[in-house]
Ligand binder design. Sequence first.
Ligand code: FES
Length: 107
Amino acid sequence: MYIENHPILKQDNNQEVTFFYKGTTLKANHGQTIAGALMANGIKKFGITRKLQQSRGLYCANGRCCSCFVTVNGLEHVLSCMTLIEDGMEVSPNSGDPDVRRGDYGN
Ligand code: FES
């Protein structure tokens, strides 16, 4: 579901973008955030919390809570509510610590 006509929407918001989520090809509108693109495709669970294994997803939608982390093109812990979707992007759920905290880095 999209709002198609609104004074603040840019003309190029109707341009279609293709991205991949867990091996599935999905469509989004140019200018959407990754979180918006996932929600528009019916995906509300973006990952699980490390300790309690609880669902994570969109919460504040303005870059404050870090609940919406996803992995984008192999880069972990990307804020999906603050990052625009791009054509060909590979998005996957982000569950756990980033690689920098593993192995030789003290954990
Ligand atoms: S939803 Fe809170 S930082 Fe993205």
